[in-house]
Design a protein around this ligand. Sequence first.
Ligand code: PEP
Length: 251
Amino acid sequence: MRRKLAAGNWKMNGTSAELERLATLAQNHGAAKSEVLICPPATLLSRAADTVAGSAIAVGGQDCHAEVSGAHTGDVSAQMLKDAGAEFVIIGHSERREDHGESDEDVRNKARAALDAGLVAVICVGESLGEREAANTLDIIGGQLAGSIPDGVTGHTLVIAYEPIWAIGTGKVPTTDQIGEVHDFIRARLERRFGAGVGRSVRILYGGSVKPGNATEIFAVSNVDGALVGGASLKPEDFGPIIDALDASAD
Ligand code: PEP
């Protein structure tokens, strides 16, 4: 049985004042049936970990460098995230692939570093609108999976997030058939590469404009094991009902 996962990506949002929102979330959803993860900016990670201590909420990073340490001004290593209290790290988010030119190989090297540091790697894949319209979605996702996932992963060390780029922050959401098609495809690829045992144990999240109003429908889709949520994870009054919907989908 794969435990459901509700993951929040705060992106470049949040200063000390927003820790109060995390405290509210921990108070109201700190014992959720689903696993709950918040990935705040790196500047808040350590205090976020303190804020959720004693609850079942985990914190994670939004990116890491592929190396342990060195002359990489402005970067943060997986070990540093771990030291700050992270249990997970998002890798290969489309905003990093786009803004920082990260290739599948970069993503794979970062994921390797995350695993070596004892973090769970949440590897993001997703197609652009042009790629979907050209009916290339599955080819693109297949290539990203093959190139971005390191060898030797397990259901305890890897989570995949399917995030169509055109759905992120836009309010546009694929149909449930479209989500199901991609999630089933990802599951089949994981099973083919890592074997049925590991392939079936890796959680596959959907991400892209998940809101309280569409969460239940999305969580009913086959092979959707939770969500990676951007905007709606910033407010407990939005993220809370998404966690509740995920809990209900596990019943
Ligand atoms: C994301 O940033 O990963 C994301 C899915 O954002 P949003 O929920 O705001 O679309």
